[in-house]
Design a protein around this ligand. Structure first.
Ligand SMILES: Cc1cc2nc3c(=O)[nH]c(=O)nc-3n(C[C@H](O)[C@H](O)[C@H](O)COP(=O)(O)O)c2cc1C
Length: 367
């Protein structure tokens, strides 16, 4: 580690925490060698998938866990707190990070995976998880209190997930509200992207990618292709249906009780990140599949996902389908869904803003 200020080194690594659409909703105010205040913005007003800020809260949890792991590399423990919002603070969360020196502290080996971990959206091997790897993943997730994993790893369960994600993609690809989110999230013609998702990491073949790039320049084109050109078929197969079948397992991360507060989601985000890093350690790749759950959250609270009645009907039937797949006790406690399996690391990936670009207090230009 290069800098003499441990907090700077910790934040430099913590930046690699995952966030929805690589939005990196955090800004850091460094207040001393061992202290920073972190503002995590609420992107729910402009990102369809950040329902009530929950995806941002999960990302905040991933940031906390990543910082805690990075702290062990500097011989410190991370003490963090959720701070009360001050008048004039932008919407979102404020966290305090304090590093406490601990004599003889051993580095947590998961810290070595922080920069290697990345989402893999392409098809993986269908080979089942080795028992030793499954155990390592369960232990990693459960090292954060009140969390457990539901595995969906039989052929039938994978086929049901493939059907669910096919249905779900039909919503994502036809909702005008999702189009607005996707336009801002994808960086076209790129293998790497500092502030978005590079198109080459999406998992489409070059022809389908070219068609999608052309269509996404205007909503009218997307709408036309969807109506007359069966425009959703190829992306649904390549992005959702086939990868859902080609993996070792899908999983649902469950809280002991239904999550409601920011703290519940932060805690779950910590667990999600430990699971993801442990997977990387085992040579297992992971892709979040959170959007059906997000649509379920909208539905449960009676909030429409879309102003388009056809899309809204598809959301209602998606939620019916989820109810048939899982008992209420699972749906109500679910915080995160994903798939994982053996395979190569992603050849294209999101990078991160430099640390100096993420520095700034409340009210700086991060909204
Ligand atoms: C809360 C959360 C939800 C996410 N949801 C999805 C998802 O539904 N589908 C997907 O492909 N990636 C999803 N991602 C992955 C992010 O797009 C990815 O982490 C981000 O672009 C940074 O890329 P990296 O993880 O490769 O560093 C999600 C990540 C987080 C933290």
């Amino acid at each position: 580690m290069r800098n003499t200020w441990p907090i700077v080194e910790v934040l430099r690594l913590a930046r690699w925490a995952p966030s929805g659409d690589n939005g990196q909703p955090w800004r850091f105010s460094i207040e001393g060698r061992l202290r920073a205040v972190v503002h995590v913005g609420d992107t729910s007003a402009r990102v369809l998938y950040d329902y009530r800020g929950r995806a941002s809260w999960l990302a905040a949890g991933a940031l906390v866990e990543t910082a805690a792991l990075a702290a062990t590399m500097t011989g410190h423990r991370l003490d963090w707190q959720l701070l009360p919002a001050k008048p004039g603070d932008p919407p979102g969360l404020t966290l305090g990070f304090d590093l406490v020196p601990v004599q003889g502290l051993e580095m947590d080996a998961l810290a070595l995976e922080i920069e290697k971990r990345s989402v893999q959206r392409r098809a993986l091997s269908g080979r089942p998880l080795q028992d030793v790897h499954r155990l390592a993943l369960e232990q990693a997730a459960a090292s954060v209190p009140d969390t457990e994993i539901l595995w969906l790893d039989t052929l039938g369960a994978k086929a049901r997930m493939a059907g669910l994600l096919w249905h779900n993609a039909g919503i994502r690809l036809t909702a005008p509200e999702a189009y607005a989110t996707h336009c801002k999230a994808i960086e076209w013609g790129q293998r790497y992207s500092q502030d978005r998702i590079p198109d080459q990491s999406l998992g489409l073949d070059p022809l389908a990618l070219a068609v999608m790039r052309w269509a996404m320049q205007r909503w009218e084109r997307v709408n036309f292709l969807n109506r007359y050109g069966a425009g959703t078929v190829l992306p649904r197969i390549e992005l959702d249906w086939w990868p859902a079948l080609r993996c070792a397992a899908h999983f649902v991360l469950l809280r002991k009780r239904a999550p409601t507060t920011a703290l519940d989601f932060i805690t779950s985000g910590r667990s999600m990140q430990r699971l993801w890093l442990a997977a990387e350690q085992c040579g297992v790749r992971l892709q979040p599949e959170i959007t059906p759950l997000v649509f379920y959250w909208y539905h449960k609270e009676g909030v429409p996902v879309s102003q388009d009645p056809g899309v809204q009907r598809r959301v209602e039937s998606l939620c019916e389908r989820m109810r048939r797949m899982w008992p209420d006790a699972v749906l109500e406690r679910a915080v995160f869904v994903g798939r994982l399996g053996y395979g190569p690391s992603a050849g294209a990936r999101s990078l991160r803003h430099e640390l100096h670009a993420l520095q700034g207090g409340a009210g700086s230009a991060w909204i």
